[in-house]
Design a protein around this ligand. Structure first.
Ligand SMILES: [Cu+2]
Ligand SMILES: [Zn+2]
Length: 192
């Protein structure tokens, strides 16, 4: 009987204890954080000097700028033979070899066939095309696309680490894998 009384007392104490534990409503501070994203509108820009290759005297410079998702390339080239010349982006920024072949084949991250830029049958992301040098051997070409970027995470678009090659001849847009444009007369790595 004494044991039962003790048990009742213990149970009563537990009951009281539980009642006292009744929690006060927790008022959480509803702190709303307003995060403002400030976009820096500075255009990305890479400027490179073209180095003569294959015993040519072809030099010049290439400027890439990126703004609002579009990359513009402007190349100013001199020392050329008058007429049409191909200009491409090749897979490597390595211009160390005398013939420019260290820059590798055409930059082709989407595994397409060589062709004219925008063609339905495919084209490399480096298939810029041809430009014309005047009687003095000077030529310029401007090219814009949203299929490139300067230093983004998309390796099908990122031109950094690739190389610009100017050829002795014109790109025929059909010969595989590089348009039969002849010797590589100038080279520049696309490096920041
Ligand atoms: Cu080329
Ligand atoms: Zn190509």
């Amino acid at each position: 009987m004494k044991k039962l009384t003790v048990l009742i007392v213990v149970l009563a104490l537990i009951f009281v204890a539980c009642k006292n534990e009744k929690k006060e409503p927790v008022i959480e501070d509803a702190v709303e954080e307003v995060i403002e994203v400030v976009e820096v509108a500075t255009p990305k820009k890479v400027t490179m000097a073209l180095a003569a290759k294959s015993d040519s005297n072809v030099s010049g410079n290439v400027v890439f700028t990126e703004e609002d998702g579009t990359v513009n390339m402007t190349a100013t080239i001199s020392g050329l033979e008058a007429g049409e010349h191909a200009i491409h982006i090749h897979a490597s920024s390595d211009c160390s070899s005398p013939d420019g072949k260290s820059a590798g084949g055409h930059w082709n991250p989407t595994a397409q066939q060589h062709g004219k830029w925008g063609d339905d049958t495919g084209y490399h992301k480096g298939d810029i095309g041809n430009f014309t040098a005047d009687e003095s051997g000077n030529g310029t070409i401007s090219f814009s696309t949203d299929e490139w970027c300067i230093g983004c995470d998309d390796e099908t678009k990122n031109i950094l680490g690739k190389g610009v090659i100017v050829h002795a001849g014109a790109d025929d847009f059909t010969s595989q894998p590089s348009g039969a444009a002849g010797a590589r007369v100038s080279c520049a790595g696309i490096i920041e």
